[in-house]
Structures are given as structure tokens and as C-alpha cells.
Design a protein around this ligand. Structure first.
Ligand code: NAD
Ligand code: DAU
Length: 352
């Protein structure tokens, strides 16, 4: 078995589905708190798959994590569980400190105790894979080179500060205790099952519902976009062959300004599902108040993972965004399930 945390969320859910699609892979224990971002509908196709064991609970629960480790004896842990939305971290940072820092600490401690008691072979095989973000490196100007793994940590939001803290804990557990960790820091993911509080799914859904497409500030902030299936393949590669104690940056080689991303989505929708009035969805673009402390640019230099492990993304932005828009058009039931009362409350709080 492997233990996956946060496997009912966007990236964790895609990871679980992709992993179990391969018949020779081990089973998964999926530990998820089912916050607003966790969604069992993402895992509906696994209902009758005995290789998937879903456990509703949290990484900060010491007794639960200890019990899962001793019962299932996983050979690896992949830690996706986190509070992940920058805007929510600005409104309420406490949960971010609790899950991302204290929760990761608890998981590390339980895992270290478990690992210490494994026999020699299993101990050598064990891995703790921590999934993190490029936001820990802070913000770049237009001329700066992309983030490498040795870029200083300069987190700017409560979210990125909490992720940076968790990365430091993971690093220290390797250096101090020899605990076998690998960390990946990746750029903005997009693809199926993405909760529509984040830019790309929010814009697709708002466009289809005749709502404004909110662009923070001048829309010239730059992000690197990584298709979620590519991120999952990178994690599998690093988990299998990454060097212990190392970090690997994972990116899509797709830097785009937010406004260009939104215009691209509008163009694809104009083609796949034209507006009844024949006008472009771009007419719905609305500039709104900027995010406080908004990082201007992120860019990932993913050459280390390519050089050492031979991993490169399979999707370009053009292929990945088209698949993504098509997925949202094809999956109205999944969307129905996530746009609950709490989602609507969030939209009115954030966008008035
Ligand atoms: P998400 O918000 O979609 O999902 C997070 C999942 O974690 C949810 O299912 C939630 O229920 C679960 N969870 C939250 N608190 C928990 C707790 N205390 N115990 C157990 N489960 C808990 O997030 P995501 O976008 O899938 O991100 C997954 C990981 O990847 C996070 O660590 C995030 O920081 C990192 N990351 C995300 C992106 C991105 O673009 N989405 C980019 C870089 C890194
Ligand atoms: O870089 C990796 C990070 O990417 C992850 O660590 C985070 O978990 C993930 O949420 C994401 O963070 P961002 O803040 O970059 O993603 P978001 O989709 O919230 O915003 C993308 C950009 O679009 C950002 O510059 C803010 C802008 N934006 C976002 C929203 C929701 C808008 O202009 N309007 C919006 O309504």
C-alpha cells in the first residue's frame, strides 16, 4: 500500500485515479478531511475498487495516523493534504497554520516513529514525498531567471509562508533524523476536478453562467501552468527514483499572463460552445480590486528533474487547456456537486 493524504482534492484526486488506472500499482489508503475542497465525487469511479481505501480524517490526528500506519504498513506516504487557496489564506490564515504546518509536523512524527520500527529492507525502501509549491520562492520580476531549487525561500502570503514552513520541517527531518524524504515544488496546476475558486475553473464556469470574469489588478501577473496529469507523472517519477533529501521543481514551461489565460479560455469556449447572442465570452472580462500582496511572476526552471530523472511535461498549454475546457463542458454533474451553499458564500465574500 501507499498512504496518500488529501486524495479527495484536485491534485490528490487526479493522482489517486491515475495511480489506480495502472493494474500493477499497489493499493492506496486515502486520508482526507473532506474540507470544502475535498470531494468524493472525484473518486466515484473507484467505488468498487478494493485497492482504494478511503479514510475520512485529518493528518493532524495522531492516533488515527498511527493506527493507519500500523494497520496498513505503507511503503510510502505522499502528502497532498493542505489548505491551498491564497485568497482564503488572506481572509483566514489560522487553518493554514494548523493543517499545513502542524498537520505536516504530526504526519512527519508519526511516519518517523513507524519507519524507525521497520525491518532493514522495508526501512531502506520507505519514502515520504511532500508535495509543495513554487510560491515558497516568492515573486520574480520580468527579467529574473526562473526559480531553481536553490532559489532562496521568500514566501509572501499566509498560504506560501505555511507551505514554506512545512518544507523546512520536511528538510530538517531528513538532515536531523535521516528520515527518507523527497520534496517537489510545482507551479500552477490546471485540469479536471479543479475546484472553481481557482482562476481557470472559475473563469470557465462564470463564462458559461453569464457572470463576470474577474481579473485582479491589471491581469499582467505571470504564472507557469502545469497540466495536472503531468504533475502526477512527475510525482510518480520522483517517488520511484528521486534522490533522498532532494527537492525537485516541477513546471510546465508555460509562462502566461493571467489576462492571456482568460482570453485563451474565452476563445476556446467561443468555438466549442458559442454564446447565444454570438458575442465573445471576452465581453464578460471585468477588472476587479487586486489581491493584497499579489505576487507578480512565478516561473519554474524544471531542468533538474529532466536531467536527473528524464521527466518532461507531455502537454503544452494549448493542448492542456483545450482538454480542460472540454472536461468542464462534459461533466456538469461534477460541477453541480461542488457549487454548494458554502461555495456561493465564498464567491459573495470574495467578489461582493
Ligand atoms: P485542494 O485544496 O484541491 O485539496 C486539498 C485536499 O486536502 C482536500 O481534499 C482537503 O479535504 C484535504 N485536506 C485539507 N486539510 C486536511 C487535513 N488536515 N487532513 C487531511 N486532509 C486535508 O488542493 P490541491 O490544489 O489539490 O493541492 C494539493 C497539494 O499541492 C497542496 O499541498 C498544495 O499546496 C500543493 N500545490 C498545489 C498547486 C495547485 O496549483 N493547485 C500548485 C502547487 C502545489
Ligand atoms: O503557484 C502554485 C500555486 O498556484 C499553488 O501553490 C496554489 O495552491 C494554487 O492555488 C495556485 O495559486 P495562485 O494564487 O497562483 O492560483 P489562483 O488560481 O488563485 O490565481 C491564479 C492567478 O490568477 C493569480 O495571479 C491570481 C489571479 N486571479 C485569481 C482569481 C481566483 C484573478 O485574476 N482573478 C480571480 O478571480
Amino acid at each position: 500500500m501507499i498512504l496518500v493524504t488529501g486524495g479527495a482534492g484536485f491534485i490528490g484526486g487526479n493522482f489517486v485515479l491515475d495511480w489506480l488506472r495502472e493494474p500493477n500499482n499497489e493499493g492506496i489508503i486515502n486520508l482526507d478531511k473532506l474540507t470544502y475542497a475535498g470531494n468524493l465525487a472525484t473518486l466515484a469511479s473507484l467505488k468498487d475498487d478494493p485497492r482504494h481505501i478511503f479514510v475520512h480524517g485529518e493528518i493532524g490526528d495522531k492516533e488515527l495516523v498511527q493506527r493507519l500506519l500500523s494497520e496498513h504498513k505503507p511503503r510510502a506516504i505522499v502528502n497532498f493534504a493542505a489548505e491551498s487557496h491564497v485568497d482564503r489564506s488572506i481572509h483566514g490564515p489560522a487553518e493554514f497554520v494548523q493543517t499545513n504546518i502542524v498537520g505536516t509536523f504530526n504526519l512527519l512524527e508519526c511516519a518517523r516513529e513507524y519507519w524507525n520500527n521497520l525491518d532493514v529492507d522495508k526501512k531502506a525502501q520507505f519514502r515520504f514525498h511532500h508535495v509543495s509549491t513554487d510560491e515558497v520562492y516568492g515573486s520574480l520580476s520580468a527579467q529574473d531567471p526562473a526559480f531553481t531549487e536553490s532559489h532562496p525561500y521568500e514566501p509572501n502570503s499566509p498560504y506560501s509562508a505555511s507551505k514554506a514552513a512545512s518544507d523546512h520541517l520536511v528538510r530538517a527531518w531528513f538532515h536531523t533524523y535521516g528520515f527518507p524524504v523527497v520534496t517537489t515544488n510545482c507551479s500552477n496546476n490546471y485540469g479536471p476536478y479543479h475546484f472553481p475558486e481557482k482562476l481557470i475553473p472559475l473563469v470557465i464556469l462564470n463564462a458559461l453562467n453569464s457572470k463576470p470574469l474577474p481579473i485582479y489588478g491589471d491581469g499582467q501577473q505571470v504564472r507557469d501552468w502545469l497540466y495536472v496529469g503531468d504533475h502526477c507523472s512527475a510525482i510518480r517519477e520522483v517517488l520511484a527514483n528521486g534522490r533522498l533529501g532532494e527537492t525537485y521543481n516541477i513546471g510546465g514551461w508555460n509562462e502566461k499572463a493571467n489576462l492571456d489565460v482568460v482570453k485563451t479560455i474565452c476563445n476556446i469556449l467561443n468555438e466549442l460552445k458559442p454564446r447565444i447572442d454570438g458575442k465573445s465570452y471576452a465581453e464578460q472580462i471585468t477588472f476587479v480590486k487586486d489581491r493584497p500582496g499579489h505576487d507578480r511572476r512565478y516561473a519554474i526552471d524544471a531542468s533538474k528533474v529532466e536531467r536527473e530523472l528524464g521527466w518532461r511535461p507531455a502537454e503544452t498549454f494549448d493542448t492542456g487547456i483545450r482538454k480542460t475546457v472540454q472536461w468542464y463542458l462534459d461533466n456538469p454533474e461534477w460541477i453541480e456537486g461542488v457549487v454548494s451553499g458554502s461555495y456561493r458564500d465564498w464567491l459573495s465574500k470574495q467578489y461582493q
